[in-house]
Design a protein around this ligand. Sequence first.
Ligand code: 16G
Length: 244
Amino acid sequence: MLNKLEPNWNNSTPLYIQLANNLRQLILDGTLPSNDSLPSERKLTEITGASRVTIRKAIDRLVSEGLLLRKQGAGTYIAPPIEQSGEELKSFTEDTLSRGETPTTIWLIRATALPTKEEAKHLHLSVKDQVVRLGRVRLSNGEPLAIEHSVIAATMLPNPEEVTNSSYQALTKNGFPPAKGTQKIQASLATPTEAGLLSIQEGDAILRIERNTFLTDGTPIEYTCSAYRGDKYVFVTELHEYRD
Ligand code: 16G
């Protein structure tokens, strides 16, 4: 199966990019599973016929994409997915920082608008009440991990520009700290637009997440629909005592 790594010597695409693409494919389709170590540079040179310098450049590329991890003295590994608790109410910013990574945002929309019927229902508002619409690609260490579309009552966030990084921080500052929530997670496939924004292939695995967040008294704060990369996230849920 590693023969799929072999480059096409007649192709004008630089060799290291071809090798990076082939390796990425084997990682994404699970041929090279998470936590396994990558074959040595010498072995990869034998399989592909490429020089060690080229192999190293291909590996560097996947390390910068977060697909491979270099562990000092222990070689290169296929990066494990991010394990996220399905029970803790955490913000993307908080979660990324807690892993020692740097969160960034590509804004798709940050504006005050009117809600759809569905959004108004989730926020207990009328369709004539204004909401703030935040559409973002969320990145960690420069790698796109999720697309999030949130709507929040405009009374809780009068100025959408207040959200520079964390919406939960802005809401907390305005006196509306997110306290609890519910979340639905569904398996799905990336649409062409999502694939483009997340740097994955159309039809790759996606987790569609719908989150409702509330104040302690149950007042709705946000309604968010997200598309998380299926190759990057695992949601872990704690199970409580069995009673028959
Ligand atoms: C998380 C939430 C999202 C929330 C965001 C706030 C999931 C699936 N989604 O990404 O609903 O809007 O955090 O993050 O976990 P922020 O405070 O960094 O803007």
